[in-house]
Design a protein around this ligand. Structure first.
Ligand code: FAD
Length: 226
């Protein structure tokens, strides 16, 4: 299929648009450039339903019960599967009784992990799930694993297959000085006059508010150019 347009704005993952939707001669950045980018973490996510309520659980909980230093190193330096990761628990059913049946709990668990890891298997995800839920059980003093009636996970594989996310990243580029402002992938193609980019991999950066601002930035750039 062929569409003609005066201006194109790529809102999908920048690397995907450049490397999968464009011929090599139209790419602004080389493979070596992309390989050198420092990525923000990816995540292993679990969507979980329990057939009971948990006492003392808050809407948001951050488990900083293990070494932040070790986990940080595993994400950014050694880039390996974490040994004893920190994690986040969102329990929306604590504050919203429409998200789970009466007497049940709706949980969202998130483990940050390095982007670009290989070996994302169901067995590994199950292993991490049991590991973090055991830590929750210890902290809350209640059994949880035996109350799981629904579990779905989402990790590198799905970040790539569903979002075409570069290296399976969840939050774009890491916020390092060398990847800030004009040092980010440009919102304007260097090779194609009417091609622009928006989203978390270009200016101003990752997160929902910056990604929305990125839409404003690119709209202004388009107006200036045309
Ligand atoms: C688990 C998690 C928790 C987060 N928590 C927060 C938070 O608390 N606060 C915060 O500010 N940010 C958070 N973020 C980050 C935030 O979600 C992202 O920075 C933001 O959504 C990025 O926006 P985007 O428009 O660049 O990309 P996306 O929202 O990913 O949009 C890109 C779209 O392009 C589509 N697409 C991909 N390929 C193609 C193609 N070939 N053709 C057409 N469409 C395509 C994708 O399907 C997707 O819909 C979180 C992210 C994750 C994963």
């Amino acid at each position: 299929m062929h569409f003609s347009a005066d201006v194109i704005i790529g809102g999908a993952d920048y690397h995907h648009v450049e490397t999968k939707l464009l011929d090599k001669k139209y790419r602004s950045y080389t493979d070596a450039y992309w390989d050198k980018r420092v990525m923000a973490p990816s995540s292993i996510l679990y969507y979980v339903g329990l057939n009971k309520r948990l006492e003392g659980l808050q809407h948001h909980s951050l488990f900083f019960d293990t070494s932040f230093q070790v986990h940080g190193k595993e994400i950014y330096t050694t880039k390996e599967w974490p040994t004893n990761p920190l994690f986040y628990v969102g329990a929306t059913s604590v504050t919203d009784d429409t998200v789970a049946p009466d007497g049940c709990e709706n949980l969202f668990l998130l483990i940050p992990v390095a982007a670009g890891l290989t070996g994302d298997t169901e067995a590994l995800r199950d292993q991490y799930f049991e590991h973090i839920v055991r830590r929750m059980e210890k902290q809350l003093g209640q059994s949880i694993l035996d109350a799981v009636v629904y579990k779905k996970s989402f990790a590198h594989t799905e970040f790539v297959s569903e979002y075409n996310s570069f290296k399976g990243n969840a939050y774009g580029l890491a916020n390092t000085l060398l990847q800030t402002a004009v040092l980010k992938p440009s919102c304007r193609s260097k090779k194609v006059k009417n091609l622009f980019y928006t989203g978390q991999l270009t200016v101003p950066g990752p997160g929902v508010p910056p990604s929305l601002i990125s839409g404003e930035v690119v709209a202004n750039e388009v107006q200036k150019a045309f």
